[in-house]
Design a protein around this ligand. Structure first.
Ligand SMILES: Cc1cc2nc3c(=O)[nH]c(=O)nc-3n(C[C@H](O)[C@H](O)[C@H](O)COP(=O)(O)O)c2cc1C
Length: 199
């Protein structure tokens, strides 16, 4: 009879470095996610785990490492804001990825009217959310937000993160072969209604 390896054996043989490297082959944008701490203090951290979840209702999510000192603030406040960083904001990404007493000192931001959380000035897009759910995500907590308000800049380049380094988009154009083979890509909004852009 073949026995299933126990969970501990799986963990012991699991190639953690290879796993991290494989995950890092998935390119992402970079965000700063903020909330309100105790006594009105501002909390923020860099996160590339941000992703869209649902259009109706409008949900987004990110995962927060369980040992983060910021976790209790997210649990207590019930709100958060996501600022999508531009290529000019790599220094902000580093700042918010480094534990510090007051990460917001010297940072340009506005307090979002829907959430009361700070939104970084000049962000490519911003989403203000009320917390919809916390889910178990292993050594992370998955935090799902219901989007109360969003905004986006019409111009600007995103800061990208790929294989452990910041990257820039080389071009804002379609992948040329794609356009040649398939024609220009025009994706009509679902049922003529796009909740992300509708006023
Ligand atoms: C590009 C980048 C992406 C990151 N993404 C995440 C993430 O998705 N979730 C997370 O918990 N930490 C992430 N981190 C690490 C946190 O930003 C870092 O641990 C930070 O110090 C957490 O803030 P805190 O110590 O004030 O809680 C990322 C760091 C970088 C540089």
């Amino acid at each position: 009879m073949t026995s299933q390896p126990s969970l501990d054996e799986n963990v012991a043989t699991f190639d953690r470095r290879g796993f991290r490297n494989a995950l890092a082959s998935f390119p992402t944008g970079v965000t700063v996610i903020s909330t309100r701490g105790e006594q009105g203090g501002l909390v923020g951290l860099t996160a590339n785990s941000f992703t869209s979840v649902s259009l109706e209702p409008p949900l987004v999510q990110f995962s927060l490492v369980r040992r983060s000192p910021s976790l209790s603030a997210f649990e207590r406040s019930g709100v958060f804001a996501v600022s999508v960083l531009t290529i000019d904001q790599a220094a902000l990404s580093n700042k918010f990825a480094t534990p510090a007493e007051d990460k917001w000192r010297g940072v340009d931001y506005v307090i979002g009217e829907a959430s009361g959380c700070p939104v970084i000035t000049g962000a490519l897009a911003a989403f203000e959310c009320k917390t919809h759910a916390f889910h178990d995500g292993g050594d992370h907590v998955i935090i799902v937000g219901y989007v109360l308000r969003f905004e986006r800049l019409m111009v600007g380049e995103p800061l990208l993160f790929y294989r452990g380094s910041y990257r820039a988009m080389t071009s804002d154009n379609e992948f040329p072969d794609y356009a040649t083979r398939n024609g220009p890509r025009i994706v009509p909004p679902l049922n003529g209604f796009d909740p992300w852009t509708a006023g």
